[in-house]
Design a protein around this ligand. Structure first.
Ligand code: HEM
Length: 163
C-alpha cells in the first residue's frame, strides 16, 4: 500500500509550499520588495510539484493498481521514490532557495530590488555556494524520479511484480 503515500504527500506541501511559502510572498508589501526573488521559485516548486506533482503521481499509481488487481507489486521502489522525491524537494527548498531568497529580501529592502537580483549581490563566493547547494536536493530528487520510472516500466516488463 506504499503507493498511497503519494496521494497523501501533497497535504504537507499544500500546507508548506502553497500555504506558508505562498502567503509569505503574497501581501502587497512583500510583493513590493520580493517579487521575482528566490522566494518565488521556493513557492513555485514546493506548491506546484509538491501539491500537483505528488497528487498526479498518486492518481497515476491508483489507476495502474486498478488496471491489474491480480498481480502483487514489489513496492520497495515506490517507497524509495516517494521519500527521495520529498526529501530532495525539501533539501532544494531549505538548503538553497529559502536562504538565498531571504538574503535577497534583506538586500532588496536595504538597497532595492535591482541590487538583490544583480550579479554584484549574487556573485560572491558565499552566495555562489548557497546557489550550488541546490544540487544536493536536486540529485536526491532525481534518484526518486529514476526509481519511479523504473517501477512503472517494471509493471509492464515484469520486474516490479511479485512471482
Ligand atoms: C497549490 C497551489 C499553488 C500553486 C500550484 C502555485 C504555483 C505558483 C507558481 C508556479 C508561481 C510562480 C509563477 C512565476 O514565476 O511566474 C507562483 C507565484 C505566486 N504565488 Fe502561487 N501557487 C499556489 C498557491 C498560492 C497561494 C495559496 C498563494 C498566496 C496566498 C500564492 C501566492 C503567489 C504569489 C504572490 C506569486 C507571485 C510571486 C512573484 O511574482 O514573485 N500562491 N505560484
Amino acid at each position: 500500500m506504499d503507493w498511497i503515500y503519494f496521494g497523501n504527500g501533497y497535504f504537507i506541501w499544500n500546507l508548506l509550499g502553497a500555504g506558508i511559502f505562498g502567503f509569505v510572498i503574497n501581501p502587497p508589501i512583500a510583493l513590493y520588495y520580493m517579487q521575482g526573488l528566490n522566494t518565488t521559485p521556493l513557492h513555485g516548486h514546493t506548491a506546484m510539484f509538491g501539491v500537483y506533482g505528488m497528487l498526479g503521481m498518486g492518481l497515476m499509481l491508483f489507476v495502474l493498481r486498478d488496471m491489474d488487481l491480480k498481480s502483487e507489486w514489489k513496492e520497495k521502489p515506490i517507497r524509495i521514490a516517494f521519500w527521495s522525491l520529498n526529501i530532495g524537494l525539501l533539501l532544494m527548498a531549505l538548503l538553497s532557495l529559502l536562504p538565498v531568497g531571504l538574503a535577497q529580501t534583506v538586500a532588496s529592502v536595504k538597497h532595492g530590488l535591482w541590487y538583490a537580483r544583480s550579479a554584484e549581490f549574487l556573485g560572491p563566493p558565499a552566495m555562489e555556494t548557497l546557489r550550488w547547494l541546490r544540487a544536493i536536493g536536486d540529485t536526491v530528487f532525481a534518484v526518486g524520479a529514476v526509481y519511479l520510472a523504473w517501477f512503472i516500466f517494471g509493471l509492464k516488463g515484469g520486474w516490479a511484480i511479485k512471482e
